[in-house]
Structure formats: structure tokens, C-alpha cells
Ligand binder design. Structure first.
Ligand SMILES: NC(=O)c1ccc[n+]([C@@H]2O[C@H](COP(=O)([O-])OP(=O)(O)OC[C@H]3O[C@@H](n4cnc5c(N)ncnc54)[C@H](O)[C@@H]3O)[C@@H](O)[C@H]2O)c1
Length: 256
């Protein structure tokens, strides 16, 4: 893909899938703001990516912080073309143990964060009057339920729904809105899942790894580098007729 001259913001880009997307967009020619609540890791990632990457400490749950990220991208690189609302959190929690704070935190990062990112980016893109792309992180967990993840699944169903509505609303401005729904992509997020999940279901981590692996027809877990090329394509002119879609990147794990 060729993104020469394009400017992107990737939230949650200090780790995992966001980092993989940022790396790929830089490789394909874009300048990228590495926006993450973890400032030191964002600096590390931006330094590793070179002069077309810049770090920005951003809390996606906070409107001022998200607006400041847009300002920073424009100040550093001159414009905005691509907003990737990737930041997200996950928590293993049976519903009877999930308290209101757990629920609110999940929705604050995964849904409010996406709304604020889309809102601030849409304002800027409409003002520029030159089209643009908004990409949201959904999940297979937004397509089907998963026990002990009811609040997470609900946020990812929101991501799919918002992607559709925003695509319809922003099409007259030539702003495309799509989402990606990854399967099991090995990132630091998973490091926090294996142990609590395994102990909840009375199995070892190795048994759970084997069990989940058996659900993936392609026969291996995914990596951020499996997700990033699809996102780069969604951001490109080759995907000019693609909007409102949620693209599964999952080794065939689910087909809808
Ligand atoms: N890894 C998977 O298998 C998988 C599958 C489906 C969907 N997803 C989604 O993909 C996205 C990335 O997941 P990942 O696996 O790379 O996770 P990760 O934990 O490796 O990275 C998430 C990043 O988001 C940042 N973040 C958290 N809260 C933030 C906030 N309030 N403001 C700004 N940044 C914040 C973290 O600091 C971290 O750098 C998430 O939305 C996740 O739900 C992941």
C-alpha cells in the first residue's frame, strides 16, 4: 500500500495490534501519531519507528485529551487522513462478580473512547473537506457472545453498530468508516487472560491454549502482523468502495 503524505493517529499504539498497525502504516509511507495512555511505551515505539512517528500521551476516555491528539497530529505532520480507534481493555469477569465500576471502565475505554476518537476525527476531516478514513477495533466478541466477557462483548457489538451508523452519516463527506474484528491475536492483552481464564474453568493454561487453538481452522494463533496489512488496505484508495464493514481477521474462526 502507498500512504505517502498521509497522516494517521493510532490509539493504543504502544502495544499489540495498535503497534503493529502503526508500524505497517509507517512502512507504507504514512506519518503516525502513537497515541496511548502509556506514555513511556508510546515514546519507545515512536523512537523505534523513526521521524515519521511521534508519541502522544492520550487517554481516549477524555474528550480534551482526544482533541489534543488531533491537534498534535496536525501540528506535527500538517493534517489528518486516518484515525484508528484501536485502544481497548478486556477483563475476565462472570456477570455476578462484575460491578458497576468494571462495567463503566469497559464502556469508557472501548465505547466512549471510540466515540470521542470518531467525533474529533470527523470534525477535522469534514473541515479539511478532502475525505478520510476512520477505523474502529471490534472483535469476534462483538459478533458472538463469550461467557465471562459479557461487558467486553457488549462494547464490541457497539463498535460494529457505530461503524455502520458513522459510515452512513459520513459518506457524503467522503469519509469511510470500517472496523476490524480480530480473532485470537497474541498480544500483551492475552498475557492477562490466560491465567485468570484457565483458573476460572479449572484447566491449565496449556490446556486452554490447546482448546482455543482447536477452534482456529488456519491452525495457529494470529500476530499483530496478520492484522496490520488488512488495516493498511482499508485505509488505501483500493478500498475506496468499502465502508460500514467489519472485517474478520481470524484464521477462519468464525464466518459471519
Ligand atoms: N488481541 C486480540 O486477540 C484481540 C481480539 C479482538 C479484538 N482486539 C481489540 O484490539 C484492540 C487492541 O488490542 P491488543 O490485543 O493490541 O491490546 P493491548 O493490551 O496489547 O494494547 C492495548 C493498548 O491500549 C492502550 N490503552 C488502554 N486504555 C487506554 C486509554 N484509556 N487511552 C489510550 N490508550 C489506552 C494500552 O496502554 C495498550 O497500549 C483492542 O480494542 C482489543 O479489544 C484484540
Amino acid at each position: 500500500m502507498n500512504h505517502d503524505g498521509k497522516v494517521a493517529i493510532v490509539t493504543g499504539a504502544a502495544s499489540g495490534i495498535g503497534r503493529g498497525i502503526a508500524e505497517r502504516l509507517v512502512e507504507d509511507g504514512a506519518s503516525v501519531l502513537i497515541a496511548d495512555i502509556d506514555e513511556s511505551s508510546a515514546i519507545e515505539v515512536a523512537n523505534a519507528l523513526g521521524e515519521r512517528a511521534g508519541p502522544f500521551a492520550c487517554d481516549v476516555t477524555d474528550e480534551e485529551s482526544v482533541e489534543a491528539a488531533i491537534e498534535a497530529a496536525v501540528a506535527s505532520f500538517g493534517r489528518l487522513d486516518i484515525m484508528v480507534n484501536n485502544a481497548g481493555v478486556l477483563q475476565i469477569s462472570p456477570v455476578v462478580e462484575t460491578d458497576v465500576d468494571d462495567w463503566d471502565r469497559m464502556f469508557a475505554v472501548n465505547v466512549r473512547g471510540m466515540f470521542l476518537g470518531a467525533k474529533a476525527a470527523a470534525k477535522r476531516l469534514i473541515e479539511q473537506d478532502d475525505g478520510g478514513v476512520i477505523i474502529n477495533a471490534a472483535s469476534g466478541a462483538g459478533r458472538h457472545g463469550v461467557g465471562m466477557l459479557s461487558h467486553y462483548c457488549a462494547t464490541k457489538a457497539c463498535a460494529i453498530s457505530m461503524t455502520q451508523s458513522l459510515a452512513l452519516e459520513l459518506a457524503p463527506h467522503r469519509v469511510r468508516v470500517n472496523a476490524y474484528a480480530p480473532g485470537h491475536i497474541m498480544t500483551p492483552m492475552w498475557d492477562e487472560i490466560w491465567e485468570p481464564y484457565a483458573s476460572r474453568v479449572g484447566k491449565s493454561v496449556d490446556e486452554i491454549r490447546e482448546l482455543f487453538l482447536g477452534t482456529i481452522p488456519w491452525g495457529r494463533y494470529g500476530e499483530p502482523a496478520d492484522v496490520a496489512p488488512g488495516i493498511s488496505w482499508l485505509c488505501s484508495e483500493d478500498a475506496e468502495y468499502v465502508t460500514g464493514q467489519t472485517i474478520g481477521i481470524n484464521g477462519g474462526e468464525w464466518l459471519h
